[in-house]
Design a protein around this ligand. Structure first.
Ligand code: KMH
Ligand code: ZN
Length: 286
């Protein structure tokens, strides 16, 4: 008979937790807890860092709380989040489905640490999130030129084929490491379930790390499947505004806290921002 209780508990590799606090889809009027001002975003960033987040995936809003890619606001946001937190600042280049390609490319001029880079077009509810091959290439080339570390957003299995093509034709990303995010459960994209997650992970480039997020009610199944499969986590009000059946999310930090708790139960506690920078190849240039 073994006496496991006498041994110190072993922990596995840590879990990178990304928070996506705002997104471009929810309206402040319908979701009052959504952080939309710079002050609200900074407060959210601090709370989520304390709860275990290492990366913040940022969409911003204008004075009317509408999604914007205004470069001045983006630059101020990068500066303010860097000033007040250690989080890796990852700007969205996806924006809203209505944003033009030129503005999405110009996001990198705000000089974030990292950015999202979606590897294909996808039906997005009643809309279409457009990411044609030419745009993907142009955006990727700019990340390489600026040294901004991309996170490859994969909404469907076909996006993984495009990621392979991109890496084969254009080489390694800034930071020298491939990190992906499986965005699951978008109406029109891949479903948010364990079987799909396992298939997607099997198709990723060798050596890539990955996180997963489940939209809406797929949040919990995707989070549990990702932990079981050795992945990292993204949570936040961009992806779900309901904490449990009938109970709205009150703030982003409670989603990060839940993810950190589940990761700790899985013996893979939340990763620090410093360790995340090392894993992703984000230079510590502050
Ligand atoms: N808001 C979606 C249309 C990203 O941030 O790069 C796109 C999106 C992906 O959220
Ligand atoms: Zn986003």
């Amino acid at each position: 008979m073994t006496t496991d209780s006498a041994k110190p508990a072993k922990t596995g590799p840590a879990t990178l937790i990304t928070v996506a606090p705002t997104g471009a889809e929810s309206e402040k009027a319908n979701v009052p807890a959504l952080p939309v001002t710079l002050d609200e975003l900074v407060t959210t960033g601090k709370e989520c860092a304390a709860a275990g987040a290492a990366v913040i995936h940022v969409h911003i809003r204008d004075g009317q709380a509408k999604p914007t890619l205004d470069l001045g606001r983006l630059t101020d946001t990068v500066f303010a989040l860097r000033e007040s937190t250690d989080l890796i600042v990852q700007l969205s280049t996806g924006g809203a489905v209505t944003d033009p390609y030129e503005q999405r490319l110009a996001v990198l001029d705000a000089r974030p640490d990292a950015c999202s880079l979606t590897c294909g077009t996808v039906n997005f509810g009643d809309d279409v999130f457009m990411n044609p091959w030419g745009f993907i290439r142009e955006l990727y080339a700019k990340t390489q030129e600026y040294g901004v570390v991309p996170e490859f957003e994969l909404f469907d299995l076909g996006h993984i084929a495009t990621l392979h093509r991109l890496l084969a034709e254009m080489g390694t990303p800034a930071g020298g490491h491939v990190h992906c995010d499986l965005v699951m459960g978008v109406p029109g994209g891949m479903p948010g379930d364990a079987a799909t997650l396992v298939s997607a992970v099997a198709a990723l480039p060798a050596g890539a790390t990955w996180s997963a997020t489940g939209i809406g009610r797929t949040t919990l199944p995707v989070m549990l499947a990702a932990l079981a499969a050795g992945g990292h986590l993204r949570v936040g009000m961009e992806d779900t505004v309901t904490f449990s059946r009938g109970r709205p999310v009150t703030n982003n930090a409670e989603l990060v806290e839940r993810a950190a708790t589940l990761a700790a139960i899985a013996q893979r506690p939340a990763m620090s921002p410093a360790a995340a920078k090392q894993m992703l190849g984000v230079p510590d240039s502050r």
